[in-house]
Design a protein around this ligand. Structure first.
Ligand SMILES: Nc1ncnc2c1ncn2[C@@H]1O[C@H](COP(=O)(O)OP(=O)(O)O)[C@@H](O)[C@H]1O
Ligand SMILES: Nc1ccn([C@@H]2O[C@H](COP(=O)(O)OP(=O)(O)O)[C@@H](O)[C@H]2O)c(=O)n1
Ligand SMILES: [Mg+2]
Length: 209
């Protein structure tokens, strides 16, 4: 894995800081609809969608030296060390011509959050949080049909536990800073997006004012 922060990562960080990107973290349990709603936000509000899970799965497929480690962690529903995920997120932000990003499924634990802040110095504009019952999320994951190795009942249970124990404290941290925009994600897709639109429109108004 090399040293904690290698020269290439530091150089990428410097370029990223100069870009001063707008970042919205999109959080919520597995199957709460993060990816689905991000696709809608991209179409309406001109953000670039970066899913930490998608980037990690692409890294496995690319045959990277970390591939096997990432694959094993995903199968167990564990959180990959932030060093790996942050590097992927930084590179994706730099490769994109955009300066507005939805970062979906990150930060997923305190280590992710603190490291991202320390490395990139980026504070999210706000955190979009999708609230949904485990019963409904489980139903959605079991019928997602994307051929994912982690959408089986054993791994789903582990992911729910990690979500409650490790990811909810991150949501609570941002809540204490007044940054969380909570959405009822149990409703049909179109209704959830109406609530999401209200959040992004209010944000646009604030920027314009
Ligand atoms: N509001 C919703 N109601 C019903 N099904 C949904 C809703 N939002 C998403 N889905 C479906 O649930 C599954 C999980 O959604 P996804 O966006 O992949 O969630 P996440 O990225 O949070 O895991 C997908 O098959 C998706 O089509
Ligand atoms: N910040 C992150 C995000 C995802 N992951 C891993 O990737 C898996 C799938 O994440 P995902 O965001 O694609 O999953 P969903 O919430 O979309 O169902 C997680 O269960 C973790 O094993 C991670 O290690 N660190
Ligand atoms: Mg997803």
């Amino acid at each position: 894995m090399g040293s904690a922060v290698d020269a290439a990562t530091m150089e990428a960080t410097q370029r990223l800081i100069k870009k001063k990107p707008t970042v919205v973290f999109v959080l919520g349990g597995p199957g709460s609809g993060k990816g689905t709603q991000c696709a809608n936000i991209v179409k309406h509000f001109g953000f670039t969608h970066l899913s930490a899970g998608d980037l990690l799965r692409a890294e496995i497929k690319s045959g990277s030296e970390n591939g096997t480690m990432i694959e094993n962690m995903i199968k167990e529903g564990k959180i990959v060390p932030s060093e790996v995920t942050i590097k992927l997120l930084q590179n994706a932000m730099l490769e994109s011509g955009n300066d507005k990003f939805l970062i979906d499924g990150f930060p997923r634990n305190e280590e992710n959050r603190a490291a991202f802040e320390a490395v990139t110095k980026i504070e999210p504009a706000f955190v979009l949080f999708f609230e949904c019952s485990e019963e409904e999320m489980e139903r959605r994951l079991l019928s997602r049909n994307q051929g994912r190795e982690d959408d089986n009942i054993e791994t789903i249970r582990k992911r729910f536990k990690v979500f409650v124990e490790s990811s909810m404290p991150v949501v609570e941290y941002y809540e204490s800073k007044g940054k969380v925009r909570k959405i009822d994600a149990a409703k049909p897709i179109e209704e959830v997006f109406e609530a999401v639109k209200t959040v992004f429109t209010a944000q646009d108004d604030k920027v314009a004012a």
